[in-house]
Design a protein around this ligand. Structure first.
Ligand SMILES: [Zn+2]
Length: 117
């Protein structure tokens, strides 16, 4: 079963994404890339103070790529790190097909206000 398969799931996904942007504006950035529209990097770091490995990730988006589908795609990787690329693409297509114009507008607005300022 894919993690997003209803309008309610899309709503929750967008809400999570906006919260992530507000709390981690430095983790989503524009970068010119030749071969791809976006990347979600996973970095594993050794937290010496607590003696454990912590993982973090950074999302890079090409300013000249297909921005909205790429934002959705990379955040699916971020929220569901164990989902295969094939299933990430399936979820991305589902979200793109079912989002309302108003939801797309709100992504553009929040993106401009929080991460891409
Ligand atoms: Zn991917």
């Amino acid at each position: 079963m894919l993690p997003i398969y209803s309008d309610k799931d899309i709503k929750n996904f967008l809400r999570r994404m906006y919260r992530f942007w507000e709390n981690n504006p430095e983790k989503v950035k524009f970068k010119n890339m030749r071969d791809t529209h976006g990347l979600c990097w996973f970095i594993v770091e050794n937290d010496e103070e607590h003696g454990e490995m912590v993982y973090t990730d950074v999302i890079e988006l090409s300013p000249k790529g297909e921005l909205i589908p790429t934002i959705i795609h990379e955040h699916i990787h971020h929220f569901y790190p164990f989902l295969s690329e094939t299933n990430v693409i399936k979820v991305e297509k589902y979200v793109m097909k079912h989002m309302s114009a108003r939801q797309i507008k709100s992504i553009m607005k929040k993106f401009g206000e929080t991460v891409c300022y």
